[in-house]
Design a protein around this ligand. Sequence first.
Ligand SMILES: [Zn+2]
Length: 87
Amino acid sequence: MGLMIPVRVTVAVGRKNVALEDVQNQKVVSALRQASRDVGMSLANAKCPVHDKGPTNVRLHFDSAGAGDLKYDSCCEKLGEMIAKLV
Ligand SMILES: [Zn+2]
């Protein structure tokens, strides 16, 4: 069992991107918070085989259709390959 990696969540509201904390609709907030938790749990198991590092500065953006776009900083493309398999 790994630790959860913190995920910063933003949501498209109209033409603006707002932090999940600033979204008014609590149903949306709890659904997206759960989704970001799932991502954070999965990413906790992602370690680069070369550098033994996980992703940092993890961001998850949901567009107005509810599709999530994951971004993060990684040490190298090997970590990106690991994450692509996990998420
Ligand atoms: Zn690496």
